[in-house]
Ligand binder design. Structure first.
Ligand code: SF4
Length: 261
């Protein structure tokens, strides 16, 4: 039956539903082909077969606390403080028993320590109260915890639970935009695009490969393109060479480069 005029007018003026908004969203055309993206991550996997995060921890709880403490702080600075903290408390129960004042004292060298000490205690209490003292392996449950945002949850899901998540930090955000791999105005946008283009086989370690590449090679101020194994594939206007660095596990590469100097 044909639609009534009033029905058509009502539909046209209705708020945009998520399906309609999605349909109107311009489609993103990746700058790299599937083969190129796959080759980028294949090379990262040769260079660093078993990449590890640099935040020290002994179990999922201490990992969660370390990530919460790392906001606006360096991993090295966090590690310095958490060695004593985790020696004193490596479970939510022990952390709660330690108390906010003592936690604050132990993490005083980390920026925003007062607020972070409060969060660590609130986090420990919530884990005891709602999860039997265990860290949940679920994003919605993690982000409901005090002081835990999407990025923290993604790091914990990836490192403690082996889930193929992408926690976009400052390095990954820069690389996504600089080399046009996953351009975006927000970390969520970059995350969404990276998750869409990275082959499933590489997702488990992609987060660490990108962070380490950003920290040691594709650096913020000036990228060390001469040390970059994807220099021939990279589409950044900032790159200074098309010749990729030798593709060998990183320790060997470092040795080779130091011999050249
Ligand atoms: S070639 Fe240079 S800009 Fe491109 S990814 Fe490598 S270090 Fe970064």
């Amino acid at each position: 039956m044909a639609k009534l005029k009033s029905q058509i007018a009502a539909e046209a003026s209705a708020p945009i539903t998520s399906a309609r908004a999605k349909a109107r969203k311009p489609t993103w055309r990746p700058a790299y082909s599937r083969a190129e993206v796959s080759e980028i991550f294949r090379r990262f996997s040769v260079q660093r077969p078993e990449p590890k995060g640099e935040l020290e921890h002994v179990n999922p709880f201490t990992l969660l606390v370390a990530v919460v403490l790392s906001a606006q702080a360096t991993d090295a600075g966090v590690n310095k403080a958490t060695r004593a903290l985790f020696a004193a408390a490596d479970t939510p129960e022990k952390m709660r028993a330690l108390g906010e004042a003592k936690v604050g004292e132990l993490i005083r060298t980390i920026g925003l320590w007062r607020n972070k000490a409060k969060n660590v205690i609130a986090l420990s209490e919530a884990l005891i109260r709602d999860h039997g003292g265990e860290v949940p392996g679920d994003r919605d449950l993690l982000v409901a915890l005090p002081g835990v945002g999407r990025k923290t949850a993604n790091v914990v899901l990836n490192m403690a639970f082996g889930q193929p998540t992408m926690a976009v930090d400052t390095h990954i955000f820069r690389i996504g935009n600089r080399i046009k791999l996953a351009p975006g105005k927000t970390p969520d946008e970059v995350e969404d695009k990276l998750v869409r283009i990275i082959p499933a086989d590489y997702m488990r370690h992609a987060h660490h490969w990108l962070i380490l590449h950003g920290r040691y090679v594709c650096k913020a101020r000036k990228p060390d393109c001469w040390r970059c194994v994807i220099a021939d594939i990279c589409k950044s206007p900032e790159k200074t060479t098309d010749i990729p660095a030798p593709l060998v596990p990183l320790d060997e590469l470092d040795e080779a480069l130091s011999l050249d100097q």
